[in-house]
Design a protein around this ligand. Structure first.
Ligand code: AMP
Ligand code: ZN
Length: 466
């Protein structure tokens, strides 16, 4: 079946086919590892995961690269401010490499908790300095880059067109902007490829331009080219990457190779919190741990992300996320009921669901609509193992770890028992040990009134919410 994906470059949905054979080559802009990744960041990686899984579901092989930015991402996405890694290192009084290792480790732990598939190649910027230097040298040789006292800059006036990805009108922007001009730059929108390091800068390398470090955009261009070649299939990122980071990646590649590096450019919209922006100053850049503390599992957050299409804004509140946690429990229960069901479902019905699901996910990853199909199956009145198998098949795309539903339900049951109920259970246990059957029965009735059913088994008491 055909796959259609929205391409930011052409501003429309297009049919997707890999450039070469059966392998899809993807580059995803990864995290800058100077701090904990927040749930907004994870919306981007959940989208990346869904894209991978949809392509795999369609039978494609993947060669997927994600970078780890551990140097060169300045405080603004353009050339202003300090390197985020160096700033964090100073604040935490640690070595920037130590900072990078620590947050990279936590990042991948969180990715695992979300059941996000790990891209085939993880590329750390600091391990690709020679490739970046070669790229910049190439641009200088071809006349696309020039040296100033601050570094090596890309000359955008050498391109036939800039920008190509965003429809920014540079002239209007320049006219309206408060001018903060670097007089050494040839054009206001020229950007740094390579930055000469101030004396106190820790991360720096020998280069033809002295001790210096890479700009953020050149990292992705050089690593993408190394692993995927001059032209590959898909480049992903967040919408914030469109006007600067990805625009400049395209400029760099066009300068060196004459080609736009990826055929499809896909961007995920932002997650908002309480109807507004996420920001450190508002204290709403929540981590997965902070959600977990409030009883929202990482996978419930993933399910929450599935409530909106990746190209629309999504608003996070603890209230809606909590109801998604309940929905996740219902989903798991629904799966288990089917698993234990004995009824026979017509093969035509199964096929109908399969076709509808495939058609939906292949329409620019329409996961909210695909979830509609999943819920219909969960609520299907006849309970059947065939439907449980179908849900598992669909979970290849969703990555909600449905196969372990029973374990999660068991674990959550234990977690959800409030203190007061626990105390009653202990009292009942004591009563039974004392062979005080009347008290035992009385406590059982109190528990029932409070919404909990108890069953006495060989292993002890089993408690259930009723
Ligand atoms: P960073 O580590 O800051 O480079 O960001 C990592 C990824 O998270 C990028 O793809 C960003 O586009 C994305 N991102 C940052 N904030 C949000 C947000 N609020 N919603 C969705 N994606 C975001
Ligand atoms: Zn990037």
């Amino acid at each position: 079946m055909k796959i259609h994906l929205y391409n930011t470059l052409t501003r429309r949905k297009e049919e997707f086919k890999p450039l070469k054979g059966n392998t899809v080559r993807i580059y995803s802009c990864g995290p800058t590892v100077y701090s904990y990744a927040h749930i907004g960041n994870f919306r981007a990686y959940i989208f990346m995961d869904t894209l991978r899984r949809v392509l795999e579901y369609n039978g494609y092989q993947l060669q997927h690269v994600m970078n780890i930015t551990d140097v060169g991402h300045l405080e603004s996405d353009a050339d202003d401010g300090e390197d985020k890694m160096e700033k964090a290192a100073r604040k935490e009084n640690k070595d920037p490499y130590e900072i990078a290792d620590y947050y990279t480790k936590i990042f991948f732990q969180d990715m695992d908790r979300l059941h996000i598939e790990k891209p085939e190649i993880i590329a750390k910027a600091t391990q690709h300095i020679p490739e970046m230097i070669e790229f910049v040298k190439g641009l200088v040789e071809k006349g696309y880059a020039y040296e100033t006292s601050k570094g090596i800059y890309f000359d955008i006036s050498k391109l036939d067109q800039y920008p190509v990805l965003s429809n920014r009108n540079l002239e209007e922007q320049i006219a309206g902007a408060r001018v903060d001009v670097d007089t050494e730059k040839r054009n206001p929108y020229d950007f740094a490829l390579w930055i000469k390091a101030p004396k106190n800068h820790i991360m720096k390398w020998e280069s033809p331009w002295g001790l210096s470090y890479p700009g953020w955009h050149i990292e992705c261009s050089a690593m993408g080219r190394k692993y995927l070649g001059d032209e590959f299939d898909i480049h992903t990122g967040g919408i914030d990457h469109i006007p600067t980071h990805h625009e400049n990646e395209i400029a760099q590649s066009k300068g060196l190779t004459g080609k736009i590096p990826a055929k499809f450019w896909m961007h995920v919209e932002f997650l908002q919190v309480d109807g507004g922006k996420m920001s450190k100053s508002l204290g709403n850049t929540y981590t997965l741990d902070q959600l977990q503390e409030k009883g929202i599992e990482p996978l419930a957050y993933k399910l929450f992300c599935f409530t909106a299409h990746y190209r629309t804004k999504l608003n996070f509140t603890f209230e809606t996320a909590s109801s998604t946690q309940t929905a996740l429990t219902r989903l798991r229960e629904g799966y288990v009921k089917h698993l234990e069901g004995q009824e026979k479902i017509e093969n035509t019905k199964i096929k109908e669901y399969e076709d509808k699901f495939l058609e939906t996910i292949n329409d620019d990853l329409n996961i909210p609509a695909a979830m509609g199909i999943v819920w219909e199956i969960v609520r299907f009145p006849q309970k059947s193992k065939q439907l449980a198998d179908l849900l598992l098949k669909f979970d290849q795309v969703l990555g909600l770890d449905l196969v372990n539903s029973k374990d999660y339900l068991e674990k959550n049951k234990q977690i959800e028992i409030p203190k007061e109920i626990e105390e009653l259970l202990n009292q009942r246990k004591q009563a039974r040990a004392n062979k005080d059957w009347a008290l035992s029965d009385e406590i059982r009735d109190i528990l029932k009134q409070k919404g909990y059913g108890v069953k006495d088994t060989k292993e002890g008491m089993e408690i259930q919410k009723i």
